[in-house]
Design a protein around this ligand. Structure first.
Ligand SMILES: Nc1ncnc2c1ncn2[C@@H]1O[C@H](COP(=O)(O)OP(=O)(O)O)[C@@H](O)[C@H]1O
Ligand SMILES: [Mg+2]
Length: 419
């Protein structure tokens, strides 16, 4: 691995985690004595007087201010150390902040052997794969989550249509990720079999890589690949969501666009899913219930994923007066409706009959025209984001490393001065 450092050390707070960790470390061929009891503070103490390992696992559970303490760790850690944090706080903001501060991964307790194996293998890749070397240019990618305020508002219709527009009209390599794992309609809409891809990924997250997604995804056109499932409905989903996060990460590498059909309950169970999403299309109808849930989802996004750009899309809008007016809806959600898609029963029936997406089956419908605008806006978001990224220095995943290099440089200079 990296010079003559220890390959691995861990500082974890509780015996349960230690017991889970040790067998996996033995499996990886590393000395289990390097699994220490004690959290972040102990790590800082030991590393201030000894060499850093190549891969360091630290438990944040007893840390009152994890971000601040991570910075303390950065001061004593040698450059190039890959840090995996462990904790019990399921908070998407913390997760993002940790990644931004240079942490390689954040694992949620209780840990599982599979999850540990996975994270450690990924961490090892940092040393072997050139793509994660410092200075790798981030690929342009836009992830869009389509969230329905309620079932039946047309979220899946919009998700499949957007994926179609990106892939067919704009010729952008696109992944459609149907997270309605039991009842998804992504494949059905296109008259395809969902296959076992997503179910396999959930069962064996350690197998997820570029090759896996190539095999597991089904092709809808030259530029559109779908990952979906009709998971059996006789057992609950057994996942901590890490498979989904890894899949999103793989899509980021392999495609230009990701469209996630994201049922609202998934948002609640796996908030991390939003960490790398750029745009949230919130699909609603002009009804009282839809307004209430739009308010709650918007508030959730503001509190937990403020980096996401929300776009409110009212769908199935009747020609005459509906349950509530556009003006009342906008006033109550305190957000303008970005797009209004008219109700078009004929077009919906036509799409179902042909086994095509709504936009593909009905190129000249007014509803399709609106969805085309929506697709344009989302693509524009990518360009805006790119502009911003050029202006501000890009936030590299290895920023802990960057900080450390700078610090050791300053330290060397000081030393030279003193001599
Ligand atoms: N603009 C529209 N006009 C008429 N029917 C629509 C429209 N958008 C969607 N539909 C229909 O509404 C139903 C529910 O849509 P779907 O996309 O499955 O909703 P969701 O994923 O939000 O549950 C489907 O039968 C779909 O064809
Ligand atoms: Mg749906």
């Amino acid at each position: 691995m990296s010079g003559n450092r220890d390959p691995f050390a861990a500082y974890v707070c509780d015996d349960t985690t230690l017991d889970q960790l040790r067998p996996v470390i033995i499996e990886m061929g590393w000395p289990p004595e390097k699994c220490n009891k004690g959290g972040l503070r102990n790590a800082v103490q030991s590393l201030s007087i000894s060499a850093s390992p190549a891969i360091l696992m630290v438990d944040l559970s007893e840390s009152g201010d994890p971000l601040n303490d991570i910075n303390a760790l950065a001061e004593v850690c040698e450059p190039g150390t890959v840090v995996i944090a462990v904790g019990q706080v399921n908070d998407v903001r913390l997760y993002r902040d940790l990644l931004a501060s240079g942490i390689h991964d954040y694992l949620l307790k209780p840990l599982t052997a599979a999850q540990l194996r996975d994270a450690l293998t990924q961490a090892q890749l940092v040393f072997t794969s050139p793509k994660s070397a410092d200075g790798a240019t981030p690929k342009r990618h836009i992830s869009t989550a389509v969230i329905g305020t309620r079932g039946g508002v047309g979220a899946s219709t919009i998700a499949t249509s957007l994926a179609w527009l990106f892939s067919a009209d704009h010729k952008m390599p696109t992944a459609l990720f149907d997270l309605d794992v039991h009842f998804g309609t992504g494949a059905l809409t296109l008259d395809l079999e969902p296959g076992r891809g997503l179910t396999d990924a959930i069962d064996n997250p350690s197998r997820i890589d570029g090759l896996f997604i190539e095999r597991a995804m089904i092709r809808a056109n030259d530029n559109l690949a779908i990952l979906s499932a009709e998971a059996p409905i006789n057992a609950p989903l057994m996942t901590d969501g890490s498979a989904f996060i890894q899949l999103e990460e793989e899509f980021r590498q392999a495609f230009e666009m990701t469209v996630v059909d994201l049922p609202r309950n998934m948002l609640i169970n796996f908030p991390h899913l939003m960490a790398d999403i750029n745009v949230a299309v919130i699909a609603a109808e002009l009804t009282l219930a839809s307004a209430r849930d739009a308010i709650r989802i918007l508030a959730w996004l503001k509190a937990n994923a403020s980096h996401v750009r929300p776009l409110i899309v009212a769908n199935r809008v009747p020609p005459g007066p509906g349950e509530i007016s556009k003006a009342d809806f906008e006033a109550s959600i305190e957000h303008k409706i970005d797009y209004l898609i008219p109700f078009d029963q004929k077009a919906a029936a036509n799409a179902a009959k042909l086994g095509h997406t709504f936009v593909d089956a009905n190129p000249s419908s007014k509803a399709t025209a609106v969805m085309r605008h929506l697709a344009q806006t989302i693509i524009g978001t990518a360009e805006e984001a790119e502009g911003k990224q050029d202006a501000a220095a890009p936030k590299a995943k290895g920023s802990l490393l960057g900080k450390l290099d700078l610090k050791s440089l300053v330290a060397k200079k000081d030393k030279a001065h003193a001599e």
